[in-house]
Write a protein that binds this ligand. Structure first.
Ligand SMILES: [Zn+2]
Length: 393
């Protein structure tokens, strides 16, 4: 017996029978029937207002998140579960726990922890005993970044030798790699990762446009997918004669980019410029750290002290550290910036699914996973479903 949700549901126009390959989506009054995946959709022109109160969207997909609720990906399996469970309550139904630049052994053990939790989650989903978001794999942010563009990453940047790359690929858990294209051996490493369907995200970089272009072309030629890590942050600026990394990203509407829309890391106008340049290729992320959800005071990021005040996390030298953002707030900020519900949902769910090759989610089409969030009209999360099971609300 399938479960049913009714309300204003983000559906493909002509959902059901004739949804084309590239449908457009709109809020429609409907009933959505689902088990582990979406079974059927019945739209209605019923004018009764019991369809008005709830907004039903695909679950959020966060491809860049270090922690939350005092847990960090670097802490081990229990912390990975805790941070995933925290972000679930904010609408995240698919999560990529993200490592930070640290000594090599610490990174390897964090990746192993993500892998263990991810595999356990798969078994639990099969038995419908799961209690966490889906964890398809990890995002490796550093150590293969520029020592001159660390941002809030600790100073353990190294170059990706063949041996290190082979060790990482042997773990079979990294789905997204942040890398600076200008460091030695970066292209060889990127091609090795891309050959294993890992996404290649340019970030923490001092690269010029001329560094980036051949790197991107070569990765594309080998069938790889390019993204940009927290666009505008830790990559320098763009000017008319110096496009640099930001210009490379904005000029290429086919590449993906992630953005921290907490209104501290980027100005809303910069966000809108990015959205207009790549309306189908921009993803909202949190880049949240352990202090997220914990209130003001002292915290920690990658072994460094961080100070939390006024919704910002800063290093001792004033550098903006990771964020305190959750996906529901990022979604609300996108709406405040002027996006429609459909556009904000695209950035929080559909685009990251497309980016990561998750063809089974990211929209509420028939046959997709029942990863669903239910909101009120103020966009507060009321219920969260993962693979058809209500895990929150
Ligand atoms: Zn990060």
């Amino acid at each position: 017996m399938p479960s049913m949700l009714k309300g204003q549901i983000l559906l493909a126009k002509n959902s059901g029978s004739n949804a084309s390959n590239n449908p457009s989506y709109s809020l429609q009054k409907a009933e959505l029937y689902f088990e582990e995946d979406i079974k059927s959709i019945q739209t209605t022109d019923n004018s009764s207002n019991d369809f008005d109160e709830l907004i039903i969207l695909p679950g959020f997909i966060d491809t860049h998140v270090h922690g939350g609720f005092d847990s960090d990906t670097m802490d081990g399996p229990e912390a990975v579960q805790n941070l995933a469970s925290f972000h679930l309550k904010h609408g995240t139904t698919t999560i990529y726990p993200t490592t930070i630049t640290n000594p090599w052994e610490a990174i390897i053990s964090a990746l192993q922890a993500v892998k263990d939790v991810s595999q356990l989650q798969l078994i639990n989903e099969k038995e419908q005993t799961h209690s966490l978001p889906s964890i398809p794999g990890a995002h490796l942010e550093g150590p293969f970044i520029s020592p001159n563009r660390l941002g809030a990453q600790p100073a353990f940047a190294i170059t990706p030798t063949t041996e290190l790359v082979q060790t990482l690929l042997g773990l079979d858990v990294i789905k997204l790699l942040t890398i600076a294209p200008e460091i030695p051996d970066a292209l060889e490493a990127a091609l090795a990762f891309a050959s294993k369907q890992c996404r290649i995200s340019i970030g923490h970089t001092t690269a010029t446009y001329d560094d980036i272009l051949p790197f991107v072309n070569e990765v594309h030629k080998q069938g790889g997918t390019i993204g940009y890590t927290h666009l505008f942050n830790a990559m320098g600026g763009m000017a008319g004669r110096k496009p640099n990394t930001v210009g490379a990203s904005l000029a290429d509407s086919q590449s993906y980019a992630e953005i921290i829309l907490d209104t501290h890391h980027v100005h809303v106008a910069s966000f809108l410029a990015a959205f207009n340049a790549k309306p189908n290729n921009l993803s909202l992320i949190t880049d949240a750290m352990r202090a997220c959800g914990m209130g003001d005071g002292k915290s920690e990021l990658g072994g460094q002290e961080v100070y939390i005040q006024d919704g910002m996390a800063k290093m001792a030298d004033g550098t903006l550290a990771g964020s305190l953002l959750t996906m529901d707030i990022a979604f609300k900020n996108a709406i405040k910036a002027g996006l429609t519900i459909e556009e904000a949902s695209r950035l929080a769910s559909t685009t990251p699914a497309n980016y990561m090759g998750l063809t089974d989610r990211g929209t509420l089409d028939i046959g997709k996973r029942a990863d669903i969030i239910v909101m009120n009209k103020a966009f507060d999360i009321l219920e969260v479903y993962v693979k058809g099971k209500r895990l929150y609300g």
